[in-house]
Write a new protein. Sequence first.
Length: 584
Amino acid sequence: MFRTHTCGELRLSDVNTEVILSGWVAGSRDFGSLTFVDLRDRYGITQLAFNEEINKELLLQARELGREYVIQVKGKVAERSNKNTKIPTGDIEIIANEIKVLNVSKIPPFTIEENTDGGEDLRMQYRYLDLRRESVRKKLELRHRVAQFTREYLSKNGFLEVETPVLIKSTPEGARDFVVPSRMNEGEFYALPQSPQTFKQLLMVAGFDKYFQIVKCFRDEDLRADRQPEFTQIDCEMSFVEREDVLQTFEGLVKHLFKEEKGLEITQIPRMSYADAMYNYGSDKPDIRFGMTFHYLDDIAKGKGFGIFDNSQSIIAICAKGAANYTRKQIDELTDYVKRPQIGAKGLIWCRYAEDGLKSSVDKFFSTTDLQKWAEKCSAQVGDLILVLSGDTTATQKQMNELRLYLGTQLGLRDNSVYSPLWVIDFPLLEWDEEAQRFFAMHHPFTSPNPEDISKLDSNPASVNANAYDLVINGVEVGGGSVRIFDKSLQSKMFKILGFTPDEAQKQFGFLMNAFEYGAPPHAGIAFGFDRLCSLFGGSDSIRDYIAFPKNNKGRDMMIDAPSTISQEQLNELSLSITITDKK
Ligand code: ASP
């Protein structure tokens, strides 16, 4: 038997018990006649005590133990004289009477402690050592729990977990596919699923009624901190439902997860239309933990001789409560922030509402009475700071969104322990792409138009809203889905609007359209970004921490060193030859 107990288990009530523990040497402290070794496993740390007076030979043996050696120890549980209140086993120690080295270890490249000296790259390369750190392991424990709670809720509500294939045909979700060459079908490729979208719809045609899957998806996109080329979704689909049914069902899931994982009761999740979200927050995923919504000053700030405003499509202001005491330096810093190329504003206008009245950066053009109107429009009071951007409406909304979030963080309004979920609904169905001179589906081509908009599909497709919804939590898009088209002729029309010829549509999606001819039920669904959900629950911005073996921001697995080249033999087998062309 390797162990009778784990390293996180023993308490005062176990004193005098003979035990066997196995684990890793986390560290040791040598006091001459006395040596202490911390033994670590997944469950915690237990102190082992070696005393010269009790067993000199064993003490010498203990001193030889290197960091991360795997050992087995036999001994008796004793009460510690010097208790450690920071760990659950801190009241006891093991008076060892036998050590067995099960395996030795090289000196690890970084210290396996909370405050490790290892940089990100090194920890990624030795991820199996990083995973020995408690905080890292805890994140994966959270992930396990959230997966369990998800399965629990969905199973209880009649959803069946069904696996769908990983080697498939391209699904058009808007991103690039990862492809896999087929040896048996020369010159042909599988694609890895960007999501199981078409399969879950086919499961509805098959009559499965309620499906879910916690599933890996793959998208070959440029990476950011919160993106991974392979990620996990909680993917769901239901039949004989309308939008309201879906929102209710998954509001239930969200509430269940918050209750079980965070002990938080979420009351009703508010809803906001895409149009309102863009108008008031300049984002389709607004962080509603705080206000600071947009105010449009066009009526009151144009025609006063200030050319920049006069030539703008929109003049947008936000009111930063209590920020009138911002120094010139702080305001300059905000100006530099919005002028960064990624944000692209030309400048920032400000107006302070101080004790002694209103003062702005454009006093030359605007009288106190004018500024008073700004203040009224923004519901600003003494002590507040109004910040204004102007220009093309869409661009200005986007810039102001960035500034609002930046200021929200600066003013401490984005507390990670506060959760404000929101449904964003009524997205436009289509997005016009100037470069390609064609429409793209904003969600995906299987999304149904809002029932009342179907008649506008021919006359004014750009004005049609989709029967789609996103779940946003704290400004992060956590999930999204839609009511689907289940009628072949509407689906064909949609493909036509998206620029597919009937032949192309048949070639790419014939399998789905054919299935729609065999009694497809009305259906709808949603998918949640599981890694993202976990990182939100963990109060972190990075999904990488919640993935056991993540890739870096170049899409590389630093540990196994992938991607990598393959042998000529493999290439031959696949009938592939490779020519690398210089993209520059
Ligand atoms: N398949 C969609 C996605 O991955 C979600 C859905 O419509 O259910 O975004």
